[in-house]
Design a protein. Structure first.
Length: 177
């Protein structure tokens, strides 16, 4: 590869590091090209899965300010650059790794924080953003419903008390006769 090609590839990888919401490093040793293509399709449009040369990836990571990842590029390396929901990408990689044990999660980077393989797996175990938002909305609705009940209780008690007193007053003249 000519030097200018390498410089261009490092710049392109550095831009991918900068523009991604998360980066997941994997080892792909033992996967066929067909399996890699299947993995790429399964990850969707928000994830770019790229096989990288370690020396170029190290330079790109250092250039992009992700120096923490420089030491992780050893052996056959591939990187998933996530532009969308990191949880969905981690789930896709984890699930593919279960079906194809040759895919090994090494770690990653999310919001400037380095993740080891166990943390990427924990990230994959989270529910999707939409599910978490729906649960939060449900909790807020439940607390609002209980607040409405709490505020309505004294009024309802007063109405029952007035009704009981009215019934008592109506029964008294009948008892006096």
């Amino acid at each position: 590869m000519a030097r200018s090609d390498k410089v261009a590839e490092v710049a392109e990888l550095a831009e991918e590091f900068r523009s991604s919401t998360a980066v997941v490093l994997t080892e792909y040793r033992g996967l066929s090209m067909a399996e890699l293509s299947t993995l790429r399709r399964s990850l969707g449009r928000d994830v770019t899965y790229t096989v990288v040369k370690n020396t170029l990836a190290r330079r790109a990571a250092a250039q992009a300010g992700a120096e923490e990842l420089v030491g992780a590029f050893t052996g056959p390396s591939a990187v998933a650059f996530v532009k969308g929901d990191p949880v969905e990408a981690a789930k896709g990689l984890r699930d593919f790794g279960k079906a194809h044990p040759a895919l090994v999660l090494r770690g990653g980077l999310m919001s400037g924080r380095v993740l080891d393989a166990a943390e990427v797996t924990r990230l994959a175990d989270l529910e999707s953003r939409e599910v978490l938002l729906a649960k939060a909305a449900g909790l807020m609705k439940a607390s609002l419903s209980s607040a409405v009940s709490l505020f309505a209780a004294p009024l309802a008690q007063t109405a029952r008390l007035v009704d009981a007193r009215r019934a008592q007053v109506e029964d008294q003249p009948a008892a006096a006769e």
